[in-house]
Unconditional design. Structure first.
Length: 77
């Protein structure tokens, strides 16, 4: 299978594939995309920094980064 190459839309440099990592307490995870707006979770009436995850499909976030200028494009796949 042929490896596709991508050019930066900003400067014309070479784009490399990558992903955004999200860190948990002790592990790293691939960032996920969730459609809609975030809703703050509550526990015993206290609102914290956590959010509720809706029962909708989540997609992994993948991306391309320009080696020359650093421009990033992210895609939910």
């Amino acid at each position: 299978m042929e490896e596709r190459t991508f050019q930066c839309v900003k400067c014309g440099g070479s784009m490399i594939r990558g992903f955004a990592a999200d860190r948990g307490d002790a592990n790293y995870f691939v960032l996920k995309w969730v459609d809609g707006e975030p809703v703050q979770a509550q526990f015993l009436g206290i609102t914290g920094d956590n959010i509720k995850y809706p029962e909708t499909p989540m997609r992994s976030v993948r991306g391309l980064r320009c080696e020359r200028c650093g421009y990033i494009e992210l895609y939910a796949v």
